[in-house]
Design a protein. Structure first.
Lengths: 157, 120
């Protein structure tokens, strides 16, 4: 997977040697997002990986919902991009990492975009604060004209 | 995939059968707003039991649908929102303010019967 963004995403595993496939469950899964149909495709991918990591019930729904919102932002603001799911670990605690990347117009004021109730799309979406509330960790890097990368993580309890 | 709409007495029932793309939901909204007049329906039930995710778009379309149906003179009830979905919706900051909801189809029918009486 080529990383064409100049800014490296803040939360990718430092090793960079994550295999694409190991055994039955993939360590990393990338889903191209270019239409509303891709949003529907991306959600179950998160569920499958989440279940492999031992997430259940509400946590799986939360992961799928967060993926749905990030994919929706890509379609809405950047037209196309990519969602990458990866199995991550913090000490002995497994988790799922979701990175959303696009080369869209970018967000001029990230702090403003992180304020609850903020929307530039006429009430579409709940915006990034909602996604942040769903997950344990949230990072965003955006440059005007360069695109947006959102990285979110959920740790298994 | 198109969502089938059934007529039962004075009500229209739309049971979502699988994960739906945005355009299917928009199509369902438009079809119901039109059919409520064609069948002179008094109420609409949208069964979302199979939906494992209700994101901002789905929520907005369902809310719009209910408000449009009300403008057409009928009442809408959304039934079958799963507990995990309800939890995620609230965390995300979504609500179905001003829209009737019920546990399942049976409760949805009872809700519409009651609404009809109180209006009637």
């Amino acid at each position: 997977m080529a990383d064409t963004l100049s800014a490296s995403p803040p939360t990718r595993p430092a090793s960079g040697s994550v295999p694409e496939k190991t055994g039955s469950g993939r360590e990393v899964a990338s889903i191209k997002i270019a239409s509303d149909a891709d949003i529907v495709t991306a959600r179950p991918e998160g569920r499958v990986m989440g279940a492999e990591l031992g997430f259940t019930g509400v946590a799986l729904t939360i992961i799928a919902t967060a993926i749905s919102e990030l994919a929706r932002n890509i379609v809405l603001y950047a037209k196309q991009g990519e969602i990458t799911l990866s199995k991550i670990e913090n000490g002995h605690r497994p988790g799922i990492g979701v990175i959303s990347r696009d080369q869209g117009p970018g967000i001029p004021d990230v702090a403003e975009a992180m304020r609850d109730g903020y929307s530039t799309s006429g009430g579409l979406g709940v915006g990034l604060p909602g996604v942040k509330r769903l997950m344990d960790e949230f990072d965003i890097a955006s440059t005007v004209g360069g695109g947006t990368t959102v990285s979110i993580k959920k740790w298994k309890r | 995939m198109e969502v089938p709409i059934l007529k039962q007495g004075p009500y229209l029932i739309a049971s979502i059968q699988s994960a739906v793309a945005d355009k299917d939901l928009v199509q369902l909204r438009d079809a119901l707003v039109e059919k409520v007049g064609k069948f002179r329906a008094r109420g609409v039930i949208v069964d979302v039991t199979v939906l494992d995710v209700m994101d901002s778009f789905a929520t907005r379309i369902l809310r719009d649908l209910a408000h449009m149906i009300r403008l057409r003179g009928a009442e809408t009830v959304i039934v079958g929102i799963q507990p995990e979905v309800a939890f995620s919706m609230v965390q995300l900051g979504l609500s179905l303010e001003g829209v009737g909801t019920a546990l399942d189809l049976e409760e949805g029918l009872a809700f519409l019967d009651q609404t009809g009486q109180s209006l009637g």
